[in-house]
Design a protein around this ligand. Sequence first.
Ligand code: HEM
Length: 166
Amino acid sequence: MKFTPKWRKAILTLHVITAVGWLGADMVLLTLGVAGLTGGVGKDVAYPAMSLVGAFLFVPLTYLVWVIGVVNAVGTPWGLLRWWWVAVKLVIVTVMLFLVTFLLYPGLVHAGELKDALPRRDQINLVVAPSVSSTLLVIATVLSTYKPWGRRVKPEDSPSRAVVGA
Ligand code: HEM
């Protein structure tokens, strides 16, 4: 089942708001991580703020982006695995979902609790992790606009031969 044009626009709008908002939240984490490491603001401010942004913005957006991205793909002629640019975005967001759930978020909570006492290695990790994830999300954004590499699945293998309305 595919979306009507009205629904397609609405879901795409939601998709872009959540996905690009997610990138923005990631850049806020990076800014705070750098500020905490370099003393731009006190660690007692930077790390609790990171923990807050993680809990109320970054982590919820991670799940929302995955769900809305998948709905957006299956509800349009793009499909989830038919085109390389969509499939690669799915891989990026799925890998990030696991990293955020099992590594980044526990690290943010830990940092918010320890503040000044956070070991330097963990402080550096709080700069490296959002740097890597922001880079991945910039790549996902570029893939979305340039849509490179063509089809993964040939039209005759695909369940629908509908023309993709890019
Ligand atoms: C689960 C992961 C994702 C999937 C399956 C997915 C899938 C899609 C699909 C199928 C479209 C085209 C929709 C249409 O034409 O109606 C689209 C558009 C778009 N996506 Fe994603 N997406 C994902 C994640 C992301 C992420 C992480 C970003 C950016 C951070 C992003 C940014 C965009 C943008 C900006 C567009 C609009 C492109 C245009 O209209 O030319 N997406 N996405």
